[in-house]
Design a protein around this ligand. Structure first.
Ligand SMILES: Cc1ncc(COP(=O)(O)O)c(C=O)c1O
Length: 408
């Protein structure tokens, strides 16, 4: 195929050059840092967010197939035109009941949910208080809203309260379980502050919906905070293993959102077979206590094993990260793990601050003890080669003398 190659103007060319110089040419394998080797078969792959191992569950697949076979695709359009009683609204009712909320709003992704929600609740006059480690989609939403924002130190409710006292009533935004380090927000303290200062509260439960709380209804529910939180958001591309997002909200707000949020108005709705799949997924999740138990047992086992090997582990969940810090150290760790057929996910800037890169292991319920032991054995063998004793995170751990692995 031949085509005309248009010249790229200087301003874009400079940007591409900077990327190639900094992010490609400096790499050992000439590829972006997140891309190591392709996993050979038989590898232990710890990259998927399908925490409950349900993405190929026969009931979920069958629900999608049946809906496709009905040949009904009336939703090739924006959801703004849908009436009560649509598949979408039936699923929303089921999600609201599951989470103990007034209403739910189905979105095309967790990203769309967070951006749309921030755009519709914040404005130039409303301060937003956001945990420094909150997900990029929340930050993007804050930027879109034009609100003044104040980042508080990660999981530091004293710092949050100080900022709220200084800048007044606004919106408090946190993740329940942080997607990079796997640690959990002090939700009770944070919601106490939100309630005390009449702030709106938004908790992103992307990594705890399905995996935590009664029947998987999340951390807010498990802490008895449901009646005290205004909004919960979640990606349904984690434990729900689909392609969607959800906002749990007061009913009055849910009636307003579809006609005000740009991602809801100007981006097409999910298709009926996708919603049929999600409805079946919800049933599988509700019945998933055994899967949840296995997931938490595996996580306890790996966290405490890594901690005992000297790694600094701040995780309290199924997301467990090793923190080499600098990008060259990250590359060495990645290659060492991959040479032993262990594949995690590399997180580096812009997903982490520069020089705080980390290797994320996402566990799932269908792993077996042999695989977990293999991860530990490899992490033991590679400690010297990866320079683990020299990492800043290891030194921090030594300094504080703490063993932070803990069980839920
Ligand atoms: C905490 C958190 N919120 C939101 C999102 C965005 O979700 P989605 O992938 O469904 O757009 C993610 C996904 O990476 C996430 O980890």
């Amino acid at each position: 195929m031949s085509g005309t190659v248009l010249p790229i103007p200087g301003f874009l060319s400079e940007r591409l050059l900077a990327y190639e110089e900094v992010s490609i040419k400096t790499r050992r394998n000439g590829k972006p840092l997140v891309l190591g080797k392709k996993p050979p078969s038989g590898s232990v792959i710890l990259q998927s967010n399908d925490y409950l191992s349900i993405s190929t569950h026969p009931r979920i697949l069958q629900a999608q197939i049946s809906r496709l076979e009905q040949g009904c695709n009336e939703m090739v359009m924006s959801a703004v035109f849908l009436h009560e009683g649509s598949d979408k609204s039936l699923f929303e009712n089921a999600m609201a009941e599951f989470a103990g909320f007034d209403s739910a709003i189905l979105c095309q992704s967790g990203w769309a949910a967070n951006v749309g929600l921030m755009q519709t609740i914040a404005d130039q006059h409303t301060p937003v208080y956001i945990d420094f480690f909150s997900h990029m989609s929340l930050w993007e939403g804050v930027k879109t809203s034009g609100a003044p924002f104040y980042a508080f130190m990660h999981n530091d409710s004293d710092h949050l309260e100080k900022l709220v006292k200084q800048h007044g009533q606004g919106i408090i935004v946190v993740d329940s379980l942080y997607s990079t380090t796997g640690d959990i927000a002090p939700l009770t303290e944070i919601i106490d502050i939100a309630n005390r200062y009449n702030c709106l509260s938004l908790v992103d439960e992307s990594h705890s919906l399905g995996t935590h709380g009664p029947k998987g209804s999340g951390l807010v529910a498990s802490l008895g905070l449901t009646d005290r939180v205004h909004f919960i958001t979640g990606s349904l591309a984690k434990a729900f293993a689909g392609r969607a997002g959800i906002i749990l909200a007061p009913k009055r707000f849910a009636q307003y959102y579809p006609y005000a949020a740009f991602p809801a108005i100007f981006s097409s709705a999910l298709l009926p077979h996708e919603i049929a799949g999600l409805s079946a997924t919800l049933e599988v999740i509700i019945e998933g206590d055994d899967r949840r138990k296995k997931l938490h047992d595996h996580s306890d086992f790996l966290r405490s094993g890594l901690d005992a090997l000297g790694y600094s582990i701040v995780s309290q969940s199924q997301i467990i990260s090793l923190e080499p810090g600098s990008e060259p150290q990250m590359e060495i760790l990645r290659d060492a793990l991959e040479d032993h057929n262990i594949f995690g996910s590399v997180f580096c800037a812009p997903a982490t601050p520069k020089n705080r890169s980390l290797m994320r292991f996402s566990l799932n319920s269908s792993m077996d003890k042999t695989e977990l032991q293999q991860v530990l054995d490899v992490c033991q063998i590679i400690r010297e080669e990866a320079g683990m004793w020299e990492w800043k995170s290891t030194k921090r751990k030594k300094l504080t003398g703490e063993s932070r692995a803990c069980s839920l």
